[in-house]
Design a protein around this ligand. Structure first.
Ligand code: URA
Length: 436
């Protein structure tokens, strides 16, 4: 069956609903280069303004998901659950979380992304480990999942090719911030992992895609709905991204903090979010009866070192040097340090995630365009967060940098990240809501 693209664009423009066949045709034709970019961009812009119905979203996501290979991970006996974060600053949670969950008897076929803009990416952080490979072919991916229960890899070229093409087009056509387009993009990739369940960490605040609880809740509800239409249970936690997560921002810095968290020595917010997301994963997988049971299991995986052992096996299997777990000097470190200090005494009212994330990009820790290189060794350690008390001269952050130009550029934004006040401030809550 063939359709007229101008007619489908007009239908969506005027608020009509497209059929599943029309949407499947559009994805298949676009992926096969038979629909030009200008027509698909016009359609995506119409979706930005008109949205998609539940039926449209289910069909669109399903068509994206089947635009390439879908993993067959049926050789793994364990239940398979993954976590996806919508992205933020200092968000290294996947690295401690996945090994702990695996140590509790759940398989995690995790496919992560790279940092883009002010948000960091798990692949860049993993690649700070000398030798660590994040490109695995589908056979190796399935074998490692079966053997260890955990793979920490990137998305293969053959998985959901429609999303790669459409995401690039959205980036160039001002159509990224659309809840149906974001939801279908994320969910098509996650559903291609052949999962039994998915936990979403929907970030809310200055450093996140979603700036307020209402839009974060809508995004989470939309993704939970797509999961239901594919018989995959999805749970979403809404979590704070007004300030950076943890103390470390930048790739090697975040690897150090991730390893500390696996050892039970991480900062309170990173540890708490790891535990909360882990609880949901264990419950979805059916290996824990409730949150209390799940927490006991996860804490045991920290204190026994079982989570760290899983991570060591994955590092070895993916070509990395597991001695980084005990020897921080094997990770890259930038040559120079600069300390940013408070210019007055007071209470921290704001420690802005977006400013810290942008400052890290200017240092070289992140990339503005997909093809940019990053510097794994540079980063920012945040010493003062909302609710903390500082004196004049108290360190707010330590910057590790490689060139003076990058430091100057970074400080131009970093120094605007903090607001200090005379009024005592409550620490910000970390978990803002949940959607099931
Ligand atoms: N992450 C994705 O994978 N897709 C989007 O559209 C936005 C964030």
């Amino acid at each position: 069956m063939s359709y007229s693209m101008p007619e489908l664009i007009r239908t969506k423009r005027d608020g009509g609903e497209l059929t599943a066949d029309e949407l499947r045709w559009m994805i298949a034709e676009y992926t096969a280069d038979r629909i030009p970019d200008y027509q698909l961009s016009a359609f995506l812009m119409a979706v930005m303004f008109r949205g998609m119905s539940g039926n449209e979203l289910a069909a669109w996501t399903d068509a994206m998901l089947h635009s390439g290979d879908v993993l067959d991970l049926s050789a793994t006996d364990m239940p398979k659950v993954d976590k996806h974060s919508t992205g933020g600053v200092g968000d290294k949670i996947s690295i401690p979380l996945a090994p702990l969950v695996v140590a509790c008897g759940v398989a995690v076929p995790m496919m992560s992304g790279r940092g883009l803009g002010h948000t960091g990416g798990t692949l860049d952080k993993l690649e700070t480990i000398p030798g660590f490979r994040t490109r695995l072919d589908p056979d190796e991916f399935a074998r490692q999942l079966d053997a260890i229960g955990l793979v920490l890899g990137g998305q293969s070229e053959t998985l959901v090719p429609a999303d790669r093409r459409i995401y690039a087009l959205r980036d160039a056509s001002g159509t990224v911030p659309s809840i149906p387009l974001i939801s279908s993009s994320i969910m098509s990739k996650k559903l291609a992992e052949d999962l039994d369940g998915l936990v979403l960490d929907v970030k809310i605040g200055s450093g996140a895609f979603m700036k307020d609880i209402a839009s974060g809740t809508e995004l989470a509800r939309t993704m939970v709905g797509i999961g239901a239409s594919h018989d995959t249970p999805v749970v979403g936690l809404l979590t704070d991204m007004d300030q950076p997560l943890g103390r470390e921002v930048g790739n090697a810095n975040e690897m150090v903090e991730s390893i500390a968290t696996l050892r039970g020595e991480g900062p309170a917010d990173v540890t708490e979010l790891t535990m909360r997301l882990g609880e949901e994963m264990l419950i979805l997988a059916g290996v824990a009866t409730d949150a209390t049971d799940a927490r006991v299991r996860l804490e045991a995986a920290v204190s026994s070192g079982a989570g760290l052992d899983v991570f060591a096996r994955v590092i070895e299997a993916q070509g990395g040097d597991p001695r980084v777990l005990d020897d921080r000097s094997l990770l890259p470190v930038a040559a120079n340090r600069h300390v940013v200090v408070a210019d007055r005494a007071g209470f921290v009212e704001r420690c802005d995630a977006l400013s810290v994330g942008r400052a890290a990009v200017r240092l070289g820790a992140g990339r503005q365009a997909k093809e940019d290189d990053i510097d794994p060794a540079v980063g920012i350690t945040v010493h003062a967060k909302v609710g903390d008390t500082v004196e004049s001269g108290t360190p707010l952050a330590t910057v590790r940098y490689n060139t003076d130009d990058q430091l100057a550029s970074c400080l131009g934004v970093l120094e605007t990240a903090w607001d200090l006040t005379d009024e005592p401030q409550e620490p910000q809550p970390l978990i803002l809501g949940e959607v099931r």
